[in-house]
Design a protein around this ligand. Structure first.
Ligand code: FAD
Length: 392
């Protein structure tokens, strides 16, 4: 591994298995060769590099911590490292893989019928079917249980009506996992696998984003969308369904953003060693600049340790959603602060796409908000400590 590409101050990679190290170096080489040369242009144009989907699939990265049905069956650390390396490229690329693996394949794997698993999972692992996850609505983000989308039992079929907003992969997807209330606004939340070619289903691209530009984000409009009775996920009822998917995806995010931190750190360190001001010394020789690197290294190291410990809890089946809230909240905030500090170290050059830092900084604004905002995770932890819910 290139040492400059990985501040690993405590040498935590000594805890990784040979397979986990192999995944890390394979995905790192892929990102160096295939993602970094093109992602800045995609970000500028506001496009997603669809040409990379089959390559990401061939590396086994889609649903990679799931077992069977053509999935790679990696450990949780292996999954985390894969997400970390993808996000060293761009949060949009990691988001694509997170949604496909944790938000669509995982619920099919955990709660789907045998027929649903066989129909979707092998093709999703190969990238031949792309999925999206429709939970958020225009008026219900942090409080998705207030959703208005409904699924009415019409005898032979379900009829879905509603609008979902901010849906990653929406215009790429062949299948949308739509969360809806059965029978009406007071009904129980259930998951429905909706082929996106179904009459009445429309995905509209969301334009003018300044963040996650190399990612497809859409609004989904469902107007009398009629799907077969067996399109419901049979194995889960209520908000536990979408929330358990989010726990899985947030775990990947907490690992992923370490990659964004590292991309910014590497870029700023290289710059600071070469940029000369005043005395003829590089800016890296100044105490104020060194203090910034000392703080960033400490934040990266604590994020790595927390992510690793939570992966162990997940492997041991001792994970609680609150553990994931802590690392999503901590690591994303650290990544955003690091990106901002690195942008500062790069001076004026830091605002351009010639360097990866501003792109990561813009992306991380989304990561701070999606999958539970920073403050919602604060409230989840506050409730865990005090036993008192402070959402209302
Ligand atoms: P709001 O819920 O309106 O929050 C606005 C502010 O109010 C935040 O600061 C929040 O912390 C604060 N707030 C809200 N409630 C409280 C409270 N009780 N106490 C204190 N503060 C509070 N969703 C999907 O379903 N699928 C996807 O694939 C997906 N991808 C996304 C991709 C992008 C690029 C973006 C931007 C979002 C995506 N989302 C997706 C939606 C995302 O999860 C929501 O944006 C997020 O949950 C926040 O909801 P909101 O935007 O409605 O903000």
């Amino acid at each position: 591994l290139r040492p400059e590409a990985m501040p690993d101050f405590f040498d935590i990679s000594r805890h990784f298995t040979p397979e986990e190290r192999a995944i890390q170096s394979t995905v790192r080489a892929f990102v160096d060769a295939r993602v970094l040369p093109v992602v800045g242009d995609h970000f500028e144009k506001g496009t997603f590099p669809t040409e990379l989907i089959s390559e990401i699939a061939n590396l086994g990265l889609l649903g990679c911590n799931l077992h069977g049905y053509g999935c790679a069956g990696l450990s949780e650390v292996g999954y985390g490292l894969a997400m970390q390396e993808l996000e060293r490229g761009d949060s949009g690329i990691r988001s694509f893989a997170s949604v496909q693996g944790s938000l669509v394949m995982y619920p099919i794997h955990a709660y789907g019928s045998e027929a649903q698993k066989e129909r979707y999972l092998p093709k999703m692992a190969k990238g031949e079917i792309i999925g999206c996850f429709g939970l958020t609505e225009p008026d219900h983000g942090s409080n998705p249980s207030g959703m208005r989308t409904t699924a009415i039992d019409d005898g032979d079929s379900w009829v879905l009506n509603g609008t979902k907003r901010w849906i990653t992969n929406g215009n790429l997807a062949q299948v949308a996992l739509v969360w809806a209330k059965v029978g009406g606004q007071d009904g129980e939340v259930r998951g429905f696998l909706v082929p996106t070619e179904t009459k009445g289903f429309e995905a509209q691209l969301i334009h003018k984003k300044m963040s996650l530009r190399a990612s497809v984000t859409s609004e989904l409009i469902l107007e009398d969308v009629r799907i077969p009775k067996d399109a419901i996920l049979p194995g889960v009822k209520g908000m536990k369904g979408p929330l358990s998917c989010l726990t899985s995806a947030r775990f990947g995010i907490a690992w992923g953003v370490i990659g964004a931190m590292r991309a910014c750190f590497d870029s700023a360190l290289d710059y600071a060693k070469h940029r000369v001001q005043f005395s003829g010394k590089p800016i890296a020789a100044h105490q104020l600049v060194q203090a910034k690197f000392a703080e960033m290294l400490t934040q990266i190291t604590s994020s790595q340790l927390m992510a690793l410990e939570v992966a162990r809890l997940k492997e041991e089946k001792k994970l609680r959603p609150q553990h994931v809230s802590m690392i999503k909240r901590n690591n994303v905030r650290a990544a955003l602060e690091i990106a901002r500090t690195c942008r500062d170290i790069l001076g004026g050059n830091g605002i351009t796409l010639e360097y990866p830092v501003m792109r990561h900084l813009c992306n991380l604004e989304t990561v701070y908000t999606y999958e539970g905002t920073h403050d919602i995770h604060t409230l989840i932890l506050g409730q865990d400590v005090t036993g008192i819910a402070a959402y209302d």
